[in-house]
Design a protein around this ligand. Structure first.
Ligand SMILES: [Zn+2]
Length: 257
C-alpha cells in the first residue's frame, strides 16, 4: 500500500498543471509552469488529445518477465510503448505514460487512476498474449464489473459506466481497424472481444483498469509472444515501430472516424 502511494505521488508530482484538461482547446491561457513544447505538426493537423499509454506489466497479477522465445512480455510492451509515445507526439498528441521505467511496478487499479487523474481522453493498455495462434486482439469492457480485492479499500467498487463501455467499444474497434490496415500480411487480426472473455474479466465482469476507468479504454494484445513467428517479429526494432504505427493509426481512426 505504502509503495503504491509513493508511485502515485511521484507520477502526479511530475504531472503538468494542465493535467485536468484533456483537450488543448480547454487549456486556460497563461498557465504558470506550462513547459510543454508545441507539437511538430501544423495547427490544422493537430489532434489535441491526451492519450494514456499503459505498458501493462509488471502489474498486480504478473511481473511479465518470464522468458518467452528469447524475450519477455514486459520488455516488448515497454519498447512499443516508448515508440508509440514518440510517434503520437510526432502526430500532435499529448502522451501520459503510466510508468517511467521498464520494470516499474504499477497496480492495475492505479493504471486507471493515473489515466483518469492525468486528464487523458483515452487509454490504451499494451500486452502480448500467451495462447495458441498468432496475431493481435482487442478487448474492451462489455459489461459492468466489480473489483474483487479483499485487502483494498475499494473492494466491491463497480464500473465502468455505460457511456465508458460504449466509447471503449468504439475505441477498440477503431484501433482494430487501424492495426488491421497497417499489419496486413504481417500479423493476423484475432478479433475484438469483451473483457468478460478474459480470465480476470470472466470473474470480475471486466478487467481491473476497465472497472476504474472514467475514459474510453482498450486493451491491445499486440501479438502472441509464445508463437515463434510473432515473437521473432516483435523482437525487431522494425516490428516494434510497425506495431506502434498500427496502434497510432487506430487512435487516429478513433479521433477522426
Ligand atoms: Zn500482459
Amino acid at each position: 500500500m505504502k509503495y503504491r502511494a509513493v508511485i502515485i505521488a511521484g507520477l502526479f508530482g511530475a504531472a503538468p498543471p494542465y493535467a485536468a484538461a484533456a483537450d488543448w482547446n480547454a487549456l486556460p491561457a497563461g498557465v504558470p509552469g506550462l513547459t510543454r513544447t508545441a507539437p511538430a505538426v501544423s495547427a490544422p493537423e493537430r489532434v489535441r488529445t491526451l492519450v494514456c499509454v499503459d505498458a501493462g506489466h509488471p502489474n498486480t497479477f504478473s511481473a511479465g518477465t518470464s522468458p518467452v522465445n528469447g524475450t519477455n512480455e514486459t520488455h516488448i510492451n515497454w519498447l512499443v510503448a516508448l515508440e508509440l509515445e514518440r510517434l503520437l507526439k510526432e502526430k500532435g498528441f499529448e502522451v501520459l505514460m503510466t510508468k517511467s521505467a521498464e520494470l516499474q511496478y504499477v497496480e492495475n487499479k492505479d493504471r486507471a487512476l493515473l489515466c483518469n487523474g492525468g486528464g487523458a481522453a483515452l487509454a490504451v493498455h499494451l500486452h502480448c498474449e500467451s495462447t495458441p495462434g498468432s496475431g493481435f486482439a482487442l478487448y474492451y469492457p462489455d459489461r459492468q464489473g466489480t473489483f474483487e480485492y479483499n485487502d483494498d479499500p475499494d473492494n466491491g467498487f463497480k464500473g465502468p459506466s455505460p457511456q465508458v463501455r460504449a466509447d471503449s467499444r468504439t475505441l477498440a474497434a477503431a484501433v482494430q481497424k487501424g492495426m488491421k490496415a497497417v499489419l496486413a500480411g504481417i500479423l493476423p487480426d484475432r478479433g475484438l472481444y469483451g473483457d468478460s472473455r478474459t480470465a480476470v474479466g470472466s470473474s470480475q465482469g471486466a478487467l481491473t483498469f476497465s472497472i476504474f476507468s472514467k475514459i474510453p479504454t482498450a486493451t491491445i494484445e499486440m501479438a502472441v509472444l509464445t508463437n515463434k513467428n510473432d515473437a521473432a517479429y516483435m523482437k525487431t526494432e522494425a516490428g516494434q515501430r510497425k506495431m506502434a504505427q498500427a496502434i497510432a493509426a487506430g487512435i487516429l481512426n478513433y479521433k477522426n472516424p
